[in-house]
Design a protein around this ligand. Sequence first.
Ligand code: ZN
Length: 287
Amino acid sequence: MSDEQTAAAEGQVVTSEKRGAVQVVTLNRPQYRNAQNSAMTYALDDAFAAAAADDEVKVIILAATGDHFSAGHDIGSPGRDVDAFFPRRASLWWDHPDKTGAEQRMARESEVYLGMCRRWRALPKPMIASVQGACVAGALMLAWSCDLIIAADDAFFADPVVRMGIPGVEYFAHPWVMGPRFAKEFLFLGEKVGAERALQLGMVNRVVPRADLETETVDVAERIAKMPRMGLALTKMAVNQCEDLMGLQSGMDSVFGLHHAAHSHNAESSEDHLAGHDARSMRDSQR
Ligand code: ZN
C-alpha cells in the first residue's frame, strides 16, 4: 500500500472532541499502541492549534484510545512515514526526506520531535495528559509537554533508548521531571517505572484506578476551566519560565547535540542510526 492508502485504511489517527470548556484530543492508532508517525504528529498539531484558537476552550486533555497511551515514535508500523513530506510549521528547517546523513536527521527531528513538543509546551492553555498502559520513549515527550499528568494505576514509563546507544529521547526533560539522580537510573536501566513510583518522583500529579481515568481527568480539567483564561495563561508561563531558568531549555538544546552525535555514531559504526533496532527488538529487550 502507498502511504496515502495506509493512512486512509487507518482512519483518523487523532480525534478531537469539545466537551464544554474542555477539548479532548485523543491518539487513535490503538492497533499500533498509538505509535507516533508524522501523520499523527501533524494531526495533533492541528488539534492543539484549533483548541488554542477556540475561545470556548479553556483546558485541553491529551488522551489515548486502547490499552496504551503510546509506545513512542513509530519505528516499525506499516504506516511509518519517515520518508513522507509534510509542510513544516514548528521550525524553519528545510524538509528532510531528500537529504542524507546528519542533515536529514537534524532537519527531521528539529521539526517533528523537538520543535513540535516545544511548540505544544508553550500553548497558553493548561494541558493534561491522561495516561494508561505504556508511555515509552517518544511517548514521554507528549506527556511531558503537557502541564499535568494523570496516570492510571496500570501506567508505566520508560526510556529504553540507551540500548540504541542514544542518551534519551529528543525532548530531554528527564533531569527536570524526575530529578538528576533518578534520571540516571531511569536512563541507565531503561526499565519500566510504574505509576506509583512516578508519583513518588513527582513526575505525575496523581494516580487513579484505570476505570476512573477518564472521569478523574475530565473532573480536574473542568475545575481548572473555572479559572480566568488570562490567569491560567500567565500562570502556565510563570512556571514554564522558571523551569527554563532552571535550565530546561538550554539543557535540552545542548543534549540535542549529544543525541545527534549518538545517531551519527550509530550510522557510522552499525547498520543504521538506531543501531539496528526496530520496534520488535526494543520490545523484546524490555523488562
Ligand atoms: Zn533521534
